[in-house]
Design a protein around this ligand. Structure first.
Ligand code: TYM
Length: 328
């Protein structure tokens, strides 16, 4: 079986962007692929975190993975910092990456503007991400649109490495869940990405939001004055984004979604969307809450899965070290 690898950074609470753009689809891949899903806590260190909060956020994501249908017996779900090979391979790959290509990364450019803490980790972030992917002989990396450039860099690094040292690394490919939700927009700023680290709490629906919060956020979502529900990202970014959410959750096409609201008001549309979002998130939250009570079970999953991940990662690292003439 081919391997799927992906990860989420435990900064802030996960939002609908992360869910519809990425990990809602991850559970479905489990029968076709060997799936490995990481909580990339080392990547979270490019910003300053409260240690206790970081720990809790990481654990929450492990539980959300499970609540979203990822089976920890079948797939591997683990914390990146529990597998030292990530940092070890990252250094090696960093010595095979160029300042020029790292400087061209859009995320680096965006995050280094308007930011007081432009640390070296922000710059080498995609190298660590390449190490994550390449350690597990990954074929497919399911991500949202904003991470495609990083996966392409991982491809370039793998190809470069193989050219020098022989066929050692598997060359990965990025895959987005669906065009519609590959870059879900904010509810208040529908031309910008919905971001879990947003400063405007009305902009993002968080997966653990209460019914009242979800209702309020959708009711307040920015629309336009035309009062007709149809998809046109250029002229109607707000309504189009809400339609994308509706279509993604109900598994309908955009055309069928538009038909559902022909001759309906924005108020009616929003009410239906509220019901659809609550219908999707309620079971997820219930399962999350159940898992939160079962500390011993979750602890055990975290420990056992890290061991499974480490076994694979160590093998790749040893091959790479051997090719370079380093290591034991
Ligand atoms: P992160 O934690 O920012 O986001 C996790 C996943 O959610 C996707 N995503 C979105 N998709 C659609 N619309 C949005 N508004 C939206 N916001 C976020 C992201 O594209 C991502 O798939 N660098 C990565 C984490 C990472 C990783 C990896 C991913 C580290 N190593 C190896 C894949 C493979 C990140 O910060 O994602």
């Amino acid at each position: 079986m081919k391997t799927v690898f992906s990860g989420i950074k435990p900064t802030g609470n996960l939002g609908l962007g992360n869910y519809l753009g990425a990990f809602k689809a991850w559970g479905n891949l489990q029968n076709e692929y060997t799936c490995i899903y990481s909580v990339v806590d080392l990547h979270a260190l490019t910003i300053r975190n409260d240690p206790q909060t970081l720990k809790e956020n990481s654990r929450k994501i492990i539980m959300l993975y499970m609540a979203a249908g990822i089976d920890p017996q079948k797939s591997i779900i683990y914390l990146q910092s529990h597998v030292p090979a990530h940092s070890q391979l990252s250094w090696i790959l960093g010595c095979h990456s160029y300042m020029g290509e790292l400087s061209r990364m859009t995320q680096y450019k965006e995050k280094s503007e308007n930011n007081e803490n432009v640390n070296a980790g922000l710059f080498t972030y995609p190298v660590l991400m390449a190490a994550d992917i390449l350690l597990y002989n990954t074929h497919v990396v399911p991500v949202g649109e904003d991470q495609i450039q990083h996966v392409e860099l991982a491809r370039d690094i793998a190809l470069r490495f193989n050219n020098i040292y022989g066929n050692i690394l598997v060359v990965p490919e990025a895959k987005t869940a669906s065009k519609l939700t590959a870059r879900l927009k904010g509810l208040q700023n529908p031309t910008k990405k919905m971001d879990k680290s947003t400063k405007d709490p009305l902009d993002t629906i968080f997966l653990l939001d209460t019914e009242a919060e979800i209702t309020k956020k959708i009711k307040r979502a920015v629309t336009d004055s035309e009062a007709r529900v149809y998809y046109d990202t250029e002229n109607k970014p707000g309504i189009s984004n809400l339609l994308a959410i509706y279509a993604a959750i109900t598994n309908k096409t955009i055309e069928d979604s538009e038909l559902d609201f022909q001759n309906k008001s924005y108020g009616d549309f929003k009410q239906s969307l509220i019901e659809v979002v609550l219908g999707e998130l309620n079971p997820l939250q219930k399962e999350f809450n159940r898992l939160s009570q079962d500390t011993a079970y979750v602890d055990n999953i975290i420990i056992k899965n890290a061991q499974r991940a480490e076994e694979i990662a160590e093998k790749t690292l040893a091959k790479v070290q051997n090719a370079l003439g380093i290591g034991k």
